[in-house]
Ligand binder design. Structure first.
Ligand code: ADP
Length: 553
């Protein structure tokens, strides 16, 4: 005798086959659908492309009443609605591109039960006309797409999302609420649950581990990066790849370098060269026809490599990208995951390589602090946004410095737990392929911490290094820093080593780089620990033997 839940999943599976033409559910879908269909709130955190829409479209079919889909992307609504109608789910949208009459017609049809899925932008919820409709209509489910927009701790905060919770609370008969997002750290998830007013939701995080990707990472000087990339491309001439750069200028310069250097490198090895360019640049500042040509050349495999800013990739569907190389450290794990994740969409083994160095970190911090004022936000809100971006950046810096499995670092960042019995590094990563030498740097860390105290948290990294190494520079002596207790206490330690330890201490929360034009070194939340007699601090040696010899993918 099948129980109700079982019957529910049978109905869901039948709907999946009948309307979508798929044989089985992807991870997480069945659980989410079942919960929604039995009127439980959910928060589904799944990567882009993993099939979140199915998770509210099938309940929309199974439940009696209307499903309202709140989505911030007006430009995509028509496609989503057309798509749903095509597979036999009556759908419509209401937005500002319609006349009042058209909007009225849609609401009438929905009220009459002729619409199962109604797409609206969050701003719509505040209009009296919609409120009036919602108070009378039979609403079974509210699906909130891109739910992370409700949180100021994410990257895409939208103040209009803050009205959703109140809208739901205003309904006479509270419907089930299902929130979905592709990116949500612990903090953002808490915000979603709280601000949307989810009740005892099933929170499911799944699908983030891309097991066909090998995660590589190398710390290289800016000068070495272009050469490394040229060598990589020369060795993988038959593969398609994306190289991400931080600036438009860099994309053009690097594409040019690759087009000269790669044929030379291949000729020197006695390998043949294909006619045409190896690489093409792509960025938002190019004239549209040039940009579209670049994209076409890459997608049709005429040019194997595209060197791009992060403007590249949105909506580009190329499944056989075998490598993604980052020329610089991105601003967050979210960005890195999304960009690197464009490799291996076909499920074949592919490689993601992150090239970084300390100056990338400095640059990223500076860019954040320079971010111009946003007129739509109050000073407090701007401060919060800046702090949250700092935190996102710290997550990225942590990725560069960790000795942990990179797959695991990433899935844990997104809040996904290891599935028992699965090897957590199925695709492989440079950390699992390496053995690390760790170095005890306790005395260095202690000295740095005391020096920050001596300088009253009022100076930058350069001054700290100068004081600790006993610099005789004019400005050090003129300020009387040679009389500080920590002056010259690390005379025999190299500048690079002190900077390494200091940066690691920032990443670990012992120190904090202040915001503002001058990056002052200040104490972080864990600063007090450095004064404890049991304080012990290690860093990994930056050399990774395995990095250059890791298995070819
Ligand atoms: P998301 O909203 O998470 O970015 P979509 O809902 O757009 O993802 O789904 C991405 C693609 O995956 C769509 O083409 C969708 O039809 C497909 N898809 C969804 N569920 C399944 C499934 N169970 N089996 C196969 N394909 C699926």
């Amino acid at each position: 005798q099948p129980d109700a839940a079982h019957y529910g999943s049978q109905a869901a599976l039948a709907a999946l086959r009948e309307h979508f033409g798929y044989e089985s559910f992807r991870p997480g879908q069945a659980e989410l659908i079942e919960a929604i269909a039995s009127n439980r709130d959910v928060l589904g955190v799944m990567p882009t492309g993993s099939g979140k829409s199915v998770c509210y479209q099938i309940p929309a079919l199974l439940l009696h009443g209307i499903t309202i889909v709140i989505s911030p992307l007006i430009s995509l609504m028509r496609d989503q609605v057309d798509g749903a109608n095509e597979i036999g789910i009556p759908a419509a949208f209401i937005n500002t591109t319609q006349t009042m009459d058209e909007q009225e017609q849609v609401l009438d049809a929905a009220y009459a039960g002729k619409v199962k899925l109604l797409y609206v932008a969050p701003e719509r919820l505040e209009t009296p006309r919609f409120r009036n409709f919602a108070a009378r209509a039979d609403i079974a489910l509210i699906a909130v797409d891109e739910a992370h927009c409700v949180s100021q701790w994410g990257q895409d905060f939208r103040s209009s999302y803050l009205g959703i919770g109140e809208f739901i609370a205003s309904l006479p008969d509270r419907p089930t609420v299902a929130a979905f997002t592709a990116t949500a750290t612990e903090r953002v998830r808490r915000d979603i649950v709280q601000l949307l007013g989810l009740r005892d939701p099933l929170v499911l995080v799944t699908g983030f581990d891309r097991t066909n990707l090998y995660f590589d990472m190398l710390k290289l000087n800016t000068r070495e990066k272009a050469n490394w990339i040229a060598n990589y491309v020369a060795e993988h001439a038959d593969e398609s790849g994306i190289v991400y750069c931080a600036t438009r200028k860099e994309t053009e310069a690097l594409a040019q370098t690759l087009n000269t250097l790669v044929p030379q490198l291949r000729a020197a090895r006695g390998a043949g060269n294909a006619p045409g360019d190896v690489a093409v640049a792509y960025h938002g500042g190019m004239p549209a026809p040039t940009r579209e040509q670049a994209q076409r050349d890459f997608v049709t495999d005429r040019t194997p490599v595209v060197v791009a800013t992060n403007a590249f990739g949105m909506g580009i569907d190329k499944s056989n990208v075998r490598f993604v190389i980052h020329h610089n450290m991105p601003e967050s794990i979210e960005s890195y995951y999304q960009e690197a994740g464009r490799a291996g969409r076909d499920g074949e083994p592919s490689r993601c390589t992150l090239l970084w160095n300390e100056s990338d970190i400095v640059t990223r911090r500076r860019l954040l602090d320079m971010g111009g004022p946003n007129e739509r936000l109050t000073a407090d809100e701007q401060d919060l946004v800046r702090r949250s971006k700092r935190q996102l950046l710290d997550g990225m810096i942590g990725y560069c410095r960790t000795t942990e499995c990179l797959h695991r670092y990433m899935t844990r960042y997104f809040g996904e737990h290891d599935t028992p019995g699965t090897g957590h590094c199925a695709g492989g990563c440079v950390n699992c392929a390496s053995t690390f030498a760790t170095m005890d740097v306790t005395p260095v860390a202690r000295a740095i911490s005391m020096c920050v105290h001596d300088l009253g948290q009022h100076f930058g990294m350069g001054k700290i290094v100068a004081v600790l190494r006993g610099s005789k520079a004019q400005d050090v002596l003129a300020r009387g820093f040679d009389r500080l207790p920590t002056y010259a206490t690390l005379e025999g330690t190299s500048e690079a080593q002190i900077r390494d330890v200091l940066n690691q201490m920032v990443a670990d929360g012992f120190l904090y780089i202040g915001e503002g034009r001058l990056p002052l070194v200040q104490f972080g939340p864990r600063a007090a620990e450095t004064a404890s007699p049991t304080f012990h601090y290690e860093i990994k040696k930056t050399e990774r033997k395995a990095a250059r010899t890791a298995p070819r993918t």
